[in-house]
Unconditional design. Structure first.
Length: 175
């Protein structure tokens, strides 16, 4: 049974960016919930729901995207890619991604739209996490996009060189 997330956001302090159910990389009883606003007590609020056993939170801020905080509505495949990074490289990773997206998302070969590239708000430690969320119309587009057109491939390779490790989770949007 899915938790009643509406009770989490039924106030003006917290808004829902999206809730996602795992296809690959998440347990069948796990969700990814992305909120924004006054989220300092989001763990407490989620843990208070009867159907929630545990919560893990990562506080992030946008880099190149999202440019708006509108809730996600487009059906399809959402891939969450976590990057382990040196915090000193965050701006370069964001710049490389932003430049790559110009050709990555403007092709007839597949359908893909990067939704967000987040970094940790607290970068006082040497290393941390970035999170890239990309929408695809399906797994075929995801697979085809592994060889993107234009300078996207070169920029993604450079981004990979300064990324310590990555893990990806495939999800679908819950509406």
């Amino acid at each position: 049974m899915l938790p009643d997330l509406d009770s989490l956001i039924d106030n003006e302090d917290i808004s829902l960016w999206g809730k996602f159910f795992g296809l690959f990389g998440l347990g069948s009883n796990e969700l990814i919930v992305v909120t924004y606003g006054a989220v300092s007590d989001v763990n407490e609020r989620l843990n208070s729901l009867d159907s929630v056993d545990s919560v893990a939170t990562l506080l992030l801020v946008p880099t190149a995207r999202p440019t708006t905080d509108e809730q996600r509505t487009k059906e399809g495949l959402y891939v969450f890619r976590r990057f382990a990074v040196n915090h000193k490289d965050v701006e370069e990773i964001a710049d490389l991604s932003k430049e790559a997206w110009k050709s990555f998302e403007n092709t007839d070969e597949y359908q893909a739209i990067p939704q967000a590239l987040f970094c940790q708000g607290d970068r006082s430690q040497e290393r941390g996490t970035m999170l890239l969320v990309t929408w695809y119309d399906g797994l075929n587009s995801w697979q085809t996009s592994r060889t993107p057109p234009g300078n996207a491939g070169e920029n993604f390779r450079r981004r990979g060189q300064i990324t310590l490790s990555t893990t990806a989770t495939a999800t679908r949007l819950l509406t």
